[in-house]
Design a protein around this ligand. Structure first.
Ligand code: NIG
Ligand code: FE
Length: 404
């Protein structure tokens, strides 16, 4: 981060979650100091800053963290939305060759440049809605060639764009036509993962997490176990889809394998919840999907009561076309009965935890990355209370200490 990116937020007395007036100053992309506005102003009075932002009457919050997205693809599925509204289930469409398989066909045909352009636009829309760190999955290639194409696109964005990215290899997103789940698992373990290891060593592609869609009719529990275990052995964090449409004992498996996060969990068992809490395995809940597919809501309250680290994600994909973490928080509060502070924590520090980045991201603390948003309201709750139209509310989005 160059000196030109130094930034201080001044003349502001806004309450943090504990009601104290605080103000952060960022320097070299990191948060330099936090404290009462007058003390911070004194601390920085000698220094010249590239930019000072008057935040009087506004709120500063940590940049939002989106813990689960599928943002690289071609082949949108608005026609399937109409089918779902008419009563088709997600799996009806999947079994008929639509769903993920439809997007896979189009993504295989798309050029790397086309995929990058649409991905970049989507990331910009996410940033505009306050997201400064996002998990991005591959998974619409299924074959090695297209999975690598997607991961290269994610890598390019990671290097070129201001938003933080946690990259996930999700080659086990669906079982390719003509294969069984164990056969697809063999191919991933024997061909895809060794290639990723090689590209990781040469510094061409950086992958953080490994994902599997563990679901009845997709990847069974034992194939899921084999893939996740192999990914873990090569140093990837386990972060996978589980217990979404059917109870699979995915939570129990994830806790046993030391998963960093499991997503969905609409059908998680009581034992799975306890196992996740004990293992400090976070739950990434996806209110958009439960809403869109009219699924049973994940039991957020039970998870919170049992001490599970609950995070949130938009699940942006052609099935759940939502870029906005404020909308996700709103849905989490209304449909999953989370409180507003719980939803904010789930969309910031807990989501950073789900990505293994809570030491550096997800909260306003000295030494952490200068990722924050400034909202044009004296009550931070407006970010959640308001249903849509956040562009006017979110006045600045700051990533690595720089207004974007
Ligand atoms: O998290 N459940 C699996 N994967 C995605 C859906 C992907 C798709 O339908 O294209 C999800 O909801
Ligand atoms: Fe997903």
């Amino acid at each position: 981060m160059s000196e030109a990116c130094r930034l201080v937020f001044s003349f502001s007395t806004f309450p943090d979650l504990l009601g104290r007036p605080t103000v952060p100053g960022t320097k070299d992309g990191l948060i330099k100091a936090i404290g009462p506005a007058d003390a911070i102003q004194k601390m920085f009075s000698e220094e010249t800053f590239e930019e000072r932002i008057d935040c009087s009457g506004k709120c500063i919050l940590p940049g939002l963290v989106d813990a689960h997205t599928h943002p690289v693809w071609a082949g949108e599925r608005v026609h399937e939305f109409a089918m779902k509204l008419a009563g088709a289930t997600y799996m009806d469409i999947h079994r008929a060759g639509g769903g993920i398989n439809f997007t896979v066909e189009h993504t295989r045909q798309a050029s790397e440049e086309e995929l990058f352009c649409s991905f970049q636009e989507r990331l910009q829309r996410m940033m505009r809605a306050g997201t400064t760190l996002v998990e991005c999955k591959s998974g619409y290639g299924l074959n090695l060639e297209t999975e690598l194409k997607m991961l290269r696109v994610i890598e390019r964005a990671r290097r070129q764009l201001p938003i933080g990215i946690s990259a996930t290899y999700c080659g086990a997103h669906s079982v390719p036509k003509g294969k069984t789940a164990p056969e697809a698992a063999d191919e991933i373990i024997n061909s895809h993962l060794p290639k990723l290891k090689e590209l990781g060593r040469s510094g061409e592609i950086h992958v953080d997490n490994i994902d599997v869609f563990c679901e009845k009719g997709v990847f069974d529990l034992s194939s899921t176990r084999r893939i996740l275990q192999s990914g873990k052995e090569m140093g990837l964090q386990i972060n996978f889809h589980g217990d979404e449409l059917h109870p699979m004992k995915a939570a129990e498996l994830g806790a046993e394998l030391g998963a960093q996060a499991i997503s969905h969990l609409e059908e998680v068992s009581d034992e799975g919840i306890v196992a996740m809490a004990m293992a400090r395995c976070s739950a990434v809940l996806l209110p958009t999907t439960a809403y869109m597919l009219r699924l049973k809501q994940p039991r957020a309250r039970k998870m919170l009561d049992e001490g599970v680290i609950v995070a949130l994600g938009s699940d942006f994909n052609p099935n759940a076309y939502c870029f906005s973490m404020p909308v996700v928080m709103h849905l989490a509060c209304v449909n999953m009965r989370m409180s507003m502070p719980e939803a904010l924590a789930a969309a910031t520090i807990n989501a950073a935890y789900a990505l293994g980045k809570s030491d550096t991201h997800g909260s306003l603390e000295v030494g952490k990355q200068g990722d924050l948003i400034i909202i044009n309201s004296s009550r931070w709750e407006h970010l959640i209370y308001q249903f849509g139209g956040h562009h006017e509310l979110i006045e600045y989005v700051v990533a690595k200490g720089k207004v974007i």
